[in-house]
Design a protein around this ligand. Structure first.
Ligand code: HEM
Length: 450
């Protein structure tokens, strides 16, 4: 039959997209809420924004897309229709300058090419020893303290590792100051009255990073800042100081909050599952045994069960719940018209709980990623904890090696016992996940086998 004889499905207008209101418990129900809605009604929704937010974003509506087909559409096939700048900058731009995350092509592509070498898996050799060192240092007093808040501890460790790997500063006054300034900007509550304090903090952070940039220009190093300082694009252009400040700030934001929640939940899962804890302890012992007892990159890469536990934790507790985009070219998706000028949110965390993609999706079941099930391989773009396509997280190798190093160093030493009176809460107050009430655990030394 002549294909042109089949009448094309009419595309429904924007006004026909199903409208949603978010439930009061949205911060804690976000992944399940979107998965259930998408299962019942399809992959596309729109929400009318409250007036303040509408003014800030310059549109009255936000469109939400959920599921692997939507992920592929936004992250891959139609990615040029969606602006990272117009999505991310309204979220983070008031605090931090522009970096890789919120820059569009072609500038982004040139920057990414310059930065890629520092994030390649082979380059992780360079960071593993410093990861080991920071982890050992921050956990040395855990047993003596008896109980620690794992969420707080993970934040300190991941920030320490990011500060060291990115800008080459470890402990001492400068690292403490960097941390204080950065946390104040990220978590501080500023109002109109305290705008001056905010600006002063922001300026001091920029001056501190500028001082470190000047040192690196004099004495290049092989941390990421050293690489940024020396990088040249195809035309021989280098990054300006201003551009480097933006890149460093964005790397610190993107690189430590996400790894903090993911590593906290991985430790929680392993504290709660004797089966996986013991399997992974055995796996760690075997892998270290193959490498003379040292936690090398090859040893880390051998830990397949641990990898699957991390993937499964990332699926259930996705550190980035939604990724924002500004629609710059009108597109049609799932039979609906999406006009240019609207804001869009791709709900990564909702797609991770779809029962048509992941069997029994609310269950922690790392074996779903093992053959023959290989659930994530059955459907392209189903597991998108780190995004996907050309703009997949540049820090994916870094984060995965870091979380594996954490578990491989902590699990053989400590028994972590969750406090049943304080179950941790997985919540999204914005685009990324948080654990608002912390994650206290009792720490006991692993008793040597007799
Ligand atoms: C568990 C840890 C992490 C998770 C779950 C995560 C997740 C993500 C996701 C979902 C994106 C895509 C955003 C989008 O499409 O708009 C992304 C991008 C990005 N991430 Fe990560 N990330 C993690 C760790 C890191 C680390 C350790 C770094 C750096 C040291 C990093 C730096 C970045 C940057 C710079 C981008 C933007 C890349 C681009 O647009 O070219 N992330 N990340």
């Amino acid at each position: 039959m002549d294909a042109s004889a089949i009448p094309a499905q009419p595309v429904l207008p924007f006004e026909a997209i199903p409208e949603v209101t978010l439930p009061p418990d949205y911060p804690t129900s976000l992944p399940t809420f979107w998965a259930q809605l998408a299962t019942a009604q399809g992959p596309i929704f729109r929400r009318r924004l409250p007036p303040g937010m509408a003014q800030h974003l310059g549109t009255d509506w936000v469109i939400y897309l959920v599921g692997p087909e939507a992920n592929r559409f936004v992250l891959h096939t139609q990615r040029e229709a969606f602006s990272h700048d117009r999505g991310w900058t309204p979220q983070i731009g008031e605090v931090f300058d522009r970096g890789l995350l919120n820059t569009d092509d072609p500038a982004h592509a040139a920057q990414r090419r310059m930065m890629n070498p520092a994030f390649a898996i082979a380059y992780m050799h360079r960071y593993l020893p410093l990861m080991r060192q920071v982890i050992a240092e921050y956990t040395a007093d855990w047993v003596a303290r008896g109980t620690v808040d794992i969420y707080d501890e993970m934040r300190k460790i991941t920030f320490g590792i990011a500060a060291e790997a990115l800008v080459g500063i470890h402990t001492g006054e400068r690292a403490d100051r960097l941390r204080t300034l950065f946390y104040t900007l990220l978590y501080g509550e500023f109002s109109e009255e305290t705008l001056d304090d905010f600006m002063a903090t922001r300026d001091e952070l920029r001056r501190l990073i500028l001082t470190i940039i000047a040192e690196r220009r004099q004495h290049p190093t092989d941390d990421i800042l050293g690489i940024l300082v020396q990088a040249r694009d195809a035309d021989g252009q280098v990054f300006t100081d201003e551009e480097i400040i933006g890149q460093v700030e964005i790397l610190l934001v993107a690189g430590h909050e996400t790894t903090t929640t993911l590593s906290s939940w991985v430790l929680m899962q392993l504290a709660s599952s004797a089966e996986y804890r013991e399997r992974i302890r055995a796996e760690i012992a075997t892998a270290l045994g193959h490498h003379g007892g040292a936690l090398t990159l090859d040893a880390v890469r051998e830990m397949a069960t641990l990898s699957r536990c991390i993937d499964e934790t990332g699926r259930l507790y996705s550190p980035v719940g939604l990724v924002p985009r500004g629609v710059v070219r009108a597109v049609d998706f799932a039979g609906y018209h999406i006009p240019a000028g609207t804001q869009l949110r791709l709900v990564l965390a909702g797609g991770h709980r779809l029962p048509r993609v992941f069997a029994d999706p609310e269950r922690f079941d790392p074996e779903r990623f093992a053959p023959p099930r290989d659930e994530e391989k059955q459907t392209p773009y189903s597991l998108v904890t780190f995004g996907g396509g050309q703009r997949i997280c540049i820090g994916i190798n870094f984060a995965q090696v870091e979380v594996k190093a954490l578990v491989a160093l902590l699990l053989p030493q400590f028994d972590l016992i969750p406090d049943p009176q304080h179950p941790p809460i997985h919540a999204y107050f914005g685009l990324t996940a948080a654990i608002p009430n912390g994650m206290p655990m009792q720490v006991l030394p692993v008793t040597a086998e007799l």
